[in-house]
Design a protein around this ligand. Structure first.
Ligand SMILES: [Zn+2]
Length: 335
């Protein structure tokens, strides 16, 4: 499901909620009228008073004495109704509409701004749209573990992997805090060092802010772009293509693993370019080194993009292996 469909669906849910609340209220009214016909009389009187009030304001610009009398009358009637309900088995608030959200009365909006309940519901839906629902419970900042990264330096690096990851973590946290400024990140380094994991951490944080996220591996992304290019009618999901430019955060995992034609590559980079111009964030992860990157994509593309990305190099041993085989040993060593 795409984000637009998701939004429309949520709006329909709100409509259903409102209808339900209204129908529910109507049933309660009928029940109350049956038991207390006086309440029906009171409500009819209240209606006619409000008509009189409106008329009086229109005709005499509001004769103050008359207005006062009408207001007092209506206040007395409302108090009487309240008292009847309070003394009954129904209770004083029985005829208050039972909205799921009393703040926005199940409209999703307070004035023109989105109600908290709508934001919350969209977050749930957006999880489903991100291609990540499920994964994010396991892979997020709270489960991220710096201890998977070694405290020993290798010959080629000055920093220890753990110190490097600490730095990367900080940059990533800042990315989340500053989100909306069009920052872009590029994770590179050997496979198995936690790049995808970090993508997921960021996706969760951004989704939890109520923003839209689309995650895709590069092979899947190129396939979608290709299908769309060559067979527009049957391309599985044009909304996905639209989402590529429109989501607040696009995550492309494993760039370089795709098999692509020059045309598809340039099409995708046009999309990325559009995002840069609109200040919409992109996170890319790749196993390619910067030198390989130059080889795989045209120089024009590389030079266009490199200036816009914060390049973060992941170093260390394969943490997938470490997680699988080394956990007990690492714990035993107190590290
Ligand atoms: Zn609400």
């Amino acid at each position: 499901m795409g984000y637009k469909t998701a939004f429309a669906e949520v709006m329909r849910e709100y409509e259903r909620d409102r209808d339900r609340a209204r129908a529910d209220l109507e049933n309660k009214r009928q029940e109350v009228y049956k038991n207390f016909p006086r309440i029906l009389t009171i409500e009819n009187q209240l209606k006619s008073i409000s008509i009189k009030l409106a008329r009086s304001i229109l005709i005499n610009g509001g004769d103050i004495k008359a207005l006062d009398r009408l207001r007092r009358e209506s206040e007395a009637l409302m108090a009487e109704k309240k008292q009847i309900l309070a003394d009954s088995r129904f209770g004083v608030d029985f005829l208050d509409a039972a909205y799921r959200c009393p703040v926005c009365r199940d409209t999703g909006f307070v004035g023109s701004t989105r109600c908290m309940c709508l934001k919350q519901r969209l977050i749930q839906k957006y999880y489903d749209c991100s291609n990540l629902s499920g994964v994010l419970e396991q892979e997020n900042f709270s489960t991220f573990d710096l201890r998977c990264y070694s405290v020993n330096t290798t010959d080629s690096e000055e920093m220890t992997p753990r110190a490097r990851m600490k730095g990367i973590l900080k940059v990533c946290r800042e990315f989340v805090d500053r989100f909306g400024n069009g920052d872009n990140l590029l994770f590179y380094g050997k496979p198995g060092l936690g790049k995808t994991f970090m993508c997921n951490c960021l996706a969760k944080e951004i989704l939890d802010k109520g923003a839209t996220v689309l995650y895709s591996t590069a092979p899947r992304l190129f396939k979608a772009v290709e299908a769309f290019r060559f067979n527009r009618q049957e391309a599985g999901d044009p909304e996905t293509i639209e989402a590529l430019t429109e989501v607040d955060l696009l995550i492309i995992d494993d760039l370089g693993a795709e098999i692509s034609t020059l045309v598809t590559a340039s099409e995708l980079f046009n999309i990325l370019n559009a995002r840069l111009l609109e200040n919409r964030s992109i996170i890319i992860s790749t196993n390619l080194s910067p030198a390989d990157f130059q080889n795989q994509y045209s120089e024009r593309i590389v030079s266009r993009f490199s200036g816009h990305f914060k390049m973060l190099k992941f170093i260390g041993d394969d943490i997938r292996i470490k997680k699988k085989y080394g956990e007990k040993r690492a714990a035993g060593l107190g590290r």
